[in-house]
Design a binder for this molecule. Structure first.
Ligand code: FES
Length: 106
């Protein structure tokens, strides 16, 4: 079972194949996600500090748009956790004072 670590905060085990945005949310990390996991809003973006994830998809490249964002971030709604990961969550609901949107589909 892979372990997800949110840098300087907490670690938790998740079922292999779990969407990262859901793994974060279900383990008490208030990651923002406004578009329901449709790769449109980019609020769910994370930095991958350590670990392997699938290559960035065309949908993510299109959503992130800016080369510096594409280099730095991935969309947690587009990543299925397959192995241990350490991430930095870019936007948190309690900091941005924004209510997350609909729950992304598993
Ligand atoms: S891009 Fe909107 S929830 Fe991931």
């Amino acid at each position: 079972m892979p372990t997800v670590t949110v840098e300087n905060e907490k670690s938790f085990d998740v079922e292999a194949g779990t969407k990262l945005v859901l793994a974060l949310e279900d383990n008490g990390i208030d990651v923002l996600h406004r578009c329901g996991g449709q790769a449109r809003c980019t609020t769910c973006r994370v930095e991958i500090v350590e670990g392997e994830v699938t290559p960035i998809s065309e949908a993510e490249i299109e959503a992130l748009e800016e080369p510096e964002l594409i280099e730095k971030f991935r969309l947690s709604c587009q990543i299925h956790v397959q192995s241990d990961l350490t991430v930095r969550v870019a936007k948190r609901a309690h900091i941005e004072d924004i209510t997350p949107g609909p729950r992304p589909q598993p």
